[in-house]
Design a protein around this ligand. Structure first.
Ligand code: ADP
Ligand code: ASP
Ligand code: MG
Length: 417
């Protein structure tokens, strides 16, 4: 007997037929004798619709009310799944974040989980054999009692946090792909499924654009040593051999991966914007005058490149911000113009960041140099570069994203088994 968390994303619960399919997956594990907590997302498209309504109601709305609205999607799915489970003879009940409770910080719209009370769930597993169906993505702020949400994709984080709280032996993330691939299989059909990937690499994948897992879920998994297994919800529950290893990807410690490649995969993000400040005085304190106000406005700055201006006297500074924050960033910088003393602000939102990831890069030189050459041969211009121990990222024109990803995928022989 094992204790499992099973998480089902939006496409896996998109309609009642899919919810019935999910219920069969849950029944399969219950029949195998396992204790099960299920975490569900809102039905596919629902959260977008709810977010859209908030924006339509008022462009500048109260984040607490936004959370009250968008958390409702998961409430519906949790209730529906519990009803369907009861209907097929599986003892189940739904839980909303505030009922467990799942307490969080009060950063509405992007709250962090602080604690989860798993005792009641464990008691009910033991005493009633009851399946817990938990609404993902939501929690409650302890002091104010207000509903919070965890940021887009946050049900993954709910699932891993529940797994840690009930000491589950595994957290299965059921989604619309059967694992983590060398790159997004929707863009590159020749991408290959990775049997295992190290937490550190998965963190990079997630933070650099691969939306298969929310970044915080990987962070939590790493800290609490939760075994996260990404697998498909579209496999027919009846076809799954309970004694065989199902297809999927295990996120685990680096030491568990025997055959480590230099490059594990490629991630990309089109949600980037570039800002270049031209002809800034080259003197101490200027960087602080630029990045201080941006930080105060909670705008994340990513790639930063500084180079000498055309006049040889001043400097140009280029950096990226999330595309959604571009207007705000430009506004903050316009206000700081006097203090910074730049001549001109050039911006671009039609840019993309392509990143190459692999823990093997720690011990191999020249990995990035090969990429620069391959992209140059395709006439793809690189606007900015950042590197760290296990990844490097390139900022390019968005129209070349697919070409760049495919080029790098072949260059590092990721399409070969
Ligand atoms: P869910 O609704 O189940 O949470 P998501 O849409 O959030 O699912 O995440 C799954 C999607 O992530 C896939 O459909 C796929 O297009 C995308 N994805 C991006 N990069 C990768 C990758 N490297 N491996 C697998 N899927 C990826
Ligand atoms: N429903 C939320 C979203 O669409 C959370 C999730 O699906 O993980 O972002
Ligand atoms: Mg998701």
């Amino acid at each position: 007997m094992a204790r499992l968390v099973m998480k089902f994303g939006g496409t896996s619960v998109a309609d009642l037929d899919r919810i019935r399919n999910v219920a069969q997956h849950v029944k399969r594990e219950v029949d195998a004798g396992h204790e099960v907590a299920v975490v569900v997302s809102a039905m596919s498209g629902k959260t977008n619709e709810l977010v859209g309504w908030c924006k339509e109601a008022a462009a500048l709305h109260d984040a607490r009310e936004y959370d009250a609205v968008v958390a409702s999607g998961e409430q519906v799915t949790a209730g529906l799944l519990a009803i369907v489970l009861e209907g097929i003879g599986v003892n189940a009940r739904s839980w909303q974040g505030w009922q467990l409770p799942i307490t969080t910080s009060n950063a509405h719209g992007a709250a962090r989980i602080l604690s989860i009370n798993g005792d009641e769930l464990i008691k009910r597993f033991k005493e009633r054999g009851e399946v817990a169906v938990i609404a993902g993505f939501q929690g409650v702020h302890k002091d104010t009692g207000r509903i919070t949400t965890l940021g887009r994709g946050g049900s993954d984080t709910s699932a891993v946090a529940v797994a840690a709280a009930i000491q589950a032996s595994r957290c299965d993330i059921y989604t619309d792909v059967d694992g983590v691939y060398t790159t997004d299989p929707r863009m590159v059909p020749r991408a290959r499924r990775l049997p295992k990937i190290a937490y550190e690499e998965m963190l990079e994948f997630a933070s650099l654009g691969a939306k298969v897992l929310q970044v915080r879920s990987v962070e939590l998994g790493m800290v609490h040593n939760v075994r996260i297994f990404v697998r498909s919800s579209f496999d027919k529950p009846g076809d799954i051999d309970p004694h065989a290893e199902p297809p999927g990807t295990l996120i685990c410690g680096e030491e568990e991966i025997v055959e480590q490649q230099v490059v594990t995969g490629i991630a990309f993000s089109k949600d980037e914007a570039q800002i270049s400040l031209r002809r800034i005085a080259d003197k101490p304190g200027v960087a602080a005058a630029i990045f201080g106000p941006l930080a105060d406005a909670s705008i994340n700055v990513d790639m930063i490149v500084q180079n000498v201006s055309g006049d040889g006297q001043t400097t140009d500074l280029t950096f990226t911000v999330p595309a959604a924050d571009y207007e705000r960033a430009a506004d903050v910088l316009a206000k700081a113009r006097k203090a910074v003393g730049y001549e001109r602000l050039d911006g671009a939102t039609d840019v993309a960041k392509v990143s190459v990831i692999g823990v093997g890069m720690r011990s191999h030189a020249g990995v990035a140099a090969r990429a620069f050459k391959a992209l140059a041969e395709r006439k793809i211009n690189i606007r900015a570069i950042t590197t760290s121990e296990i990844k490097f990222s390139l900022l390019i024109d968005a129209e070349y994203t697919e070409l760049a990803v495919r080029t790098l995928h072949s260059l590092y022989e990721l399409d070969k088994g």
